[in-house]
Design a protein. Structure first.
Lengths: 323, 344
């Protein structure tokens, strides 16, 4: 539980310049003042709807996007202060698994050269060593090493995701961001990949940040869960605490919106939340959720609520809990 | 042939049955060989009820929907056998001209991505008004008014203003609402086929759209064929469920029996693959189905699930099992149901 802190984000902002409908420049605050810590062995699940900034957060933490403000500390080192060469050393430790393996794997390269790439970039090992390592890697993620001369299109979706996982694992990382890693897969295959991710985590003592729009997946795999809405953290707590005791009105409506796999319970469901997710380019003033919130108070339209500790380790950003 | 006798019974049945599919088999004749996409599929939907067709990619659920509407590309598609009775008429015997009077009028369709079914160069109000102009004797102004009423009915905020919007100006959820409105504009909506209607939507919007579909369906008495891979969506909306695997129906039942007692090894595996399953509280592994869906090109006469099934015996490779009735409204197609039940 209380392992060393692997990663710490402090008041992190990521901003994109976009053009609005009338060609005016506008700022999209994809990640807006996010602070979090991830400890060794944790699986931090990040849930939220499209446009909430969960993927951008994952990418910024790995320095795949430039930050606008704040800092990201990887084992105490501010990764944005590193030069290219130093950063390269850190990239070995921090990897990513993407949603769509077919668009993240070069279709013209055979599996073997796709998997060799990380070793070549980092100039690690002799050819024979790499070959040996590759075969055990393929075996480890459930691919047949005899298929190493195949192209990505010759594999099924689930197998392609296994290639993506093998590539992320190649350099023995400590921390992996899984961005919708099982979302494109059929449920029966999704279960296989989730099992694989958990097995690998135990075996290699990995720490994950697991981004998904699917609460059931996040609930299953995570130790801590963070809920985002329009670039902000609205709630963050240990999984058992958050699932048993969600506090933020958005968390509650989000959880209630997920269909329950039991037809006998369909009548008991609460009313659905109204309205669409607003545009992140011009979010509502005050608390971003207030136009859809059933507990709206006057202050919610004026001031964004500070994040507070409602219970030990349970953070929430809502005026209802600001005393 | 006892066609006359059959037709009379079908006419009688049509009083309660909206659509009945009998023994439908669909092939795709590809360069690599014959893909048997749907095999000997039968089901029916009573008036005003919802049937969910569930299964993973490639199980034949969308092909079934396209067969009903005769939107299969032929060739390479080919309906090898079967009948599709809609309100007492076999749709497979209709000409393309006759189908045009049914498609979009009596049978409407909603797809996963509404952007591909809406015309990007006309406002949504215009597109809905066009349906009224085609099927009702209305002036343009009246048709527009009716279109705005429908947008209001599907709960689009400020419908008069939104009617003037083009599809790209609407959010995904709004577009799906507009599609539903268009389906309702027809003079005689009988069956709505919804192919993964909420898969591309955020979960709070999904809840709104499902809610809307169910309430409108009850109001109008339409039948709904819901095609989905999401067991949660099935549990919340369906009356009856058909589970498909690699082109075959493997289990069917009313939604309560099927979720209470999933009986086919595939249905069981599917339920066990869901991380939200109650039994995984605090667990660190899921009971996944091993292997992957077989290549439909090389499927034999046996049960297509046998390679992934831990109950498989010799007979499974030889012939596809007959129906086993588990209760009045619940059946499964498996040779080893008793072994499955014992091990549960």
């Amino acid at each position: 539980m209380n392992g060393d802190i692997v990663l710490k984000a402090d008041r992190l902002h990521t901003v994109f310049e976009v053009k609005s409908q009338h060609q005016e420049k506008a700022l999209l605050r994809a990640v807006n003042d996010v602070s979090l810590t991830i400890r060794e062995g944790d699986v931090l699940g990040v849930v939220g709807e499209s446009g909430c900034g969960k993927s951008t957060l994952g990418r910024t933490i790995l320095r795949l996007e430039e930050k606008a403000a704040g800092e990201v500390l990887y084992r105490g080192t501010d990764i944005f202060s590193l030069h290219h060469k130093e950063m390269k050393q850190y990239r070995k430790k921090m990897q990513m698994i993407f949603q769509d393996p077919s668009s993240s794997l070069n279709p013209r390269k055979k599996v073997i050269s796709l998997l060799k790439q990380p070793y070549k970039i980092h100039k690690m090992g002799s050819d024979a060593e790499i070959q040996e390592r590759l075969e055990s890697l393929m075996q480890e993620v459930g691919l047949n090493p005899r298929h190493q001369r195949r192209f990505p299109h010759q594999f099924s979706g689930g197998q392609r995701q296994r290639i993506g996982i093998a590539r992320a694992l190649a350099l023995n990382p400590e921390f992996i961001v899984c961005d919708e890693a099982v979302s494109a897969l059929d449920v029966s295959v999704q279960a296989q990949i989730l099992n694989l991710l958990l097995d690998l985590q135990q075996k290699h003592k990995l720490t994950y940040m697991f981004i998904s729009h699917d609460l059931s997946v996040v609930e299953f795999i995570s130790t801590r869960i963070m809920v985002m809405y329009l670039g902000k953290i609205v709630e963050l707590a240990d999984k058992p605490e958050l699932m048993a005791n969600p506090l933020h009105p958005y968390t509650k409506t989000l959880f209630a919106a997920y269909p329950v796999n039991d037809p006998a319970k369909r009548e008991q469901k609460k009313r659905v939340v109204m309205g669409d997710v607003p545009s992140p380019i011009n979010p509502p003033p005050g608390c971003h959720f207030h136009p859809r919130c059933p507990y709206k108070m006057p202050i919610c339209e004026e001031k964004y609520p500070e994040i507070t500790e409602a219970a030990p380790g349970h953070q929430v950003a809502c005026h209802l809990f600001n005393k | 042939m006892q066609t006359t006798e059959k037709q009379t019974t079908d006419k009688q049945n049509s009083a309660e049955t909206m659509i009945e599919i009998k023994g439908l088999s669909v092939n795709f004749n590809t360069q690599r060989g014959v893909v048997k996409a749907v095999r000997n599929l039968s089901f029916s939907i009573p008036n005003g009820k919802t049937l969910a067709l569930v299964g993973e990619s490639g199980c034949g659920k969308s092909v079934t929907a396209h067969s009903i509407n005769q939107l299969l590309p032929m060739p390479p598609g080919e309906i090898v056998s079967g009948e599709i009775w809609f309100r007492g008429e076999d749709l497979l015997k209709k000409s393309e001209k006759e189908m045009q009077k049914i498609r979009g009028v009596k049978i409407s369709m909603i797809f996963q991505e509404p952007m591909t079914s809406l015309n990007p160069v006309f406002s949504v109000g215009r597109q809905i008004a066009d349906v009224f102009l085609t099927h009702h004797a209305l002036s343009k102004a009246e048709a527009w008014e009716r279109a705005v009423e429908l947008l209001n009915l599907v709960k689009i905020p400020s419908p008069a203003k939104r009617a003037e919007s083009y599809p790209h100006q609407l959010s995904g959820g709004m577009r799906q609402r507009a599609m539903i409105a268009m389906a309702l504009a027809s003079p005689d909506p009988g069956l709505m086929i919804a192919d993964e209607p909420t898969t591309a939507l955020d979960v709070t919007i999904q809840a709104q759209i499902l809610d809307l579909m169910v309430s409108l369906q009850q109001r109008i008495g339409m039948s709904l064929l819901l095609i989905t891979h999401d067991m949660g969506v099935v549990a919340e909306t369906a009356d009856h469920v058909v589970v498909m695997y690699a082109g075959r129906k493997v289990e069917e039942g009313d939604v309560f029996s099927l979720f209470r007692e999933p009986s086919h090894p595939y249905t069981l595996g599917l339920m066990n693959s869901l991380p939200s399953n109650e039994k995984y509280r605090g667990a660190s592994r899921l009971e996944a189905i091993p292997g992957t869906v077989p290549d439909l090109l090389s499927i034999g006469e046996g049960c297509p699930f046998m390679n992934r099934c831990r109950y498989a015996t010799e007979i499974c490779g030889k012939e596809f099992p007959d129906e086993t009735r588990l209760s009045e409204n619940h059946s499964a197609w498996c040779h080893n149901l008793s072994a499955v039940k014992e091990s549960k």
